[in-house]
Design a protein around this ligand. Structure first.
Ligand SMILES: Nc1ncnc2c1ncn2[C@@H]1O[C@H](COP(=O)(O)OP(=O)(O)OP(=O)(O)O)[C@@H](O)[C@H]1O
Ligand SMILES: [Mg+2]
Length: 267
C-alpha cells in the first residue's frame, strides 16, 4: 500500500532525509519515532504527496506521489497536522468538520451524520458552535483528529496526536487507533510518546539523522537497551523495568508486570 524507496529530501540545502526505505501494508499501525528535528513530520508529508523526494520514490496505492495530484491523495491519505493552528481555519467547530466533507462531495445527510458521530466520539459536541481557535490546545488537537476521521480516509496519519491530551483522551485515542486497524485502515503515528504506544505495540520505525535506525514491534525493539537513547528518547518504563530485572520479554501492561515480578521473586 505504501512503498518508500530510498528517499532523500532537503529544505534548500538543509539535508533532512538520507536514504529511507520501508513498506507499509494495509491495516498496519506504524509508529515513526525519533528526536526533535529527526525528520518525522517531513517523512509523513511525503506519504500524502505534500512533499516530493529529491531522490528515490514514494508509491501510495501503487501511484507515484511525483505524478499524482495532491487533491487525489489527500482524500485517501488523511494527515492530522502536528500544529493544530496550521490546520484550523473555519468559524465554528461544526463548519471545520463539514468543510472537507462538502469538498469531497458527501451528501447533506452523510455530512450531518458524520459530523455528529465525530463530535460525540471526540467529546466535542458541547463546543460545536465555538470558533475552533477559541478551544484549548488539547481540544484543538481532538478537533483536528475528528476533522480528518470524519471523511474516513483509508490511511490516517497522526503527527504527534497525544500532545496536550490527558490520560482519558489518550486512552480514547488508543481505542480509536485499534478500531481503525481492526476495520482494515492503515494508521501512521509520529510521536515521542512511547508510553502511549506501549499498549498498542505497533510496528515502530526509529529514525535518526534522516535514516532508519530500527524497524520492528515496539516491544521487540525495546529489548535493545541503546536504541531509544541513540534517538534521544526515553525507554518506556515497562521496558526499563524488564531489562533492569533481566526479563527477556517485556510485560504488555502493569498487571502483567506485577505477575512477572511475583514469578521473578519466587525464582
Ligand atoms: N519548511 C522548512 N524549511 C527549512 N527547514 C525545515 C522546514 N521544515 C522543517 N525543517 C527542518 O527540518 C528538520 C526536520 O524537521 P521535522 O519537522 O521533519 O522534524 P520532526 O522529527 O518532525 O521534529 P519534531 O519532533 O520537533 O516534530 C528540522 O531540523 C527542521 O528545522
Ligand atoms: Mg514533527
Amino acid at each position: 500500500m505504501i512503498e518508500v524507496n530510498d528517499i532523500y529530501f532537503s529544505y534548500d540545502d538543509y539535508q533532512v532525509l538520507n536514504g529511507i526505505s520501508f513498506k507499509v501494508k494495509t491495516g498496519e499501525v506504524l509508529a515513526v519515532v525519533g528526536s526533535n528535528g529527526s525528520g518525522k513530520t517531513t517523512l509523513l508529508k511525503h506519504l500524502n504527496g505534500i512533499l516530493k523526494p529529491k531522490r528515490g520514490s514514494v508509491k501510495v496505492f501503487g501511484m507515484d506521489t511525483g505524478s499524482v495530484k495532491i487533491s487525489e491523495l489527500s482524500r485517501r491519505v488523511g494527515l492530522v497536522m502536528q500544529n493544530s493552528d496550521h490546520q484550523l481555519f473555519a468559524s465554528s467547530v461544526t463548519d471545520e468538520i463539514s468543510f472537507a466533507l462538502r469538498n469531497f462531495g458527501f451528501s447533506k445527510i452523510e455530512i450531518d451524520s458524520h459530523v455528529r458521530e465525530v463530535l460525540d466520539e471526540f467529546g466535542l459536541y458541547e463546543f460545536r458552535n465555538r470558533p475552533p481557535l477559541s478551544l484549548s490546545g488539547g481540544e484543538k488537537k481532538r478537533l483536528c483528529i475528528a476533522t480528518v476521521m470524519a471523511w474516513q480516509p483509508e490511511i490516517v496519519m497522526l503527527d504527534e496526536p497525544t500532545v496536550g491530551q490527558d490520560a482519558v483522551n489518550k486512552k480514547n485515542l488508543r481505542k480509536i487507533i485499534n478500531r481503525l486497524s481492526q476495520d482494515g485502515k492503515t494508521v501512521i503515528i509520529s510521536t515521542h510518546d512511547l508510553e502511549f504506544l506501549w499498549p498498542i505495540n505497533p510496528r515502530t520505525i526509529v529514525i535518526s539523522h534522516g535514516k532508519v535506525l530500527t524497524d520492528g514491534s515496539l516491544r521487540s525493539i525495546s529489548l535493545n537497551g541503546t536504541v531509544f537513547a541513540s534517538a534521544n528518547l526515553i525507554a518506556p518504563q515497562l521496558a526499563a523495568l524488564a531489562s533492569g530485572i533481566g526479563l527477556n520479554e517485556p510485560p504488555a501492561d502493569e498487571a502483567q508486570a506485577v505477575e512477572m515480578i511475583k514469578q521473578w521473586q519466587k525464582a
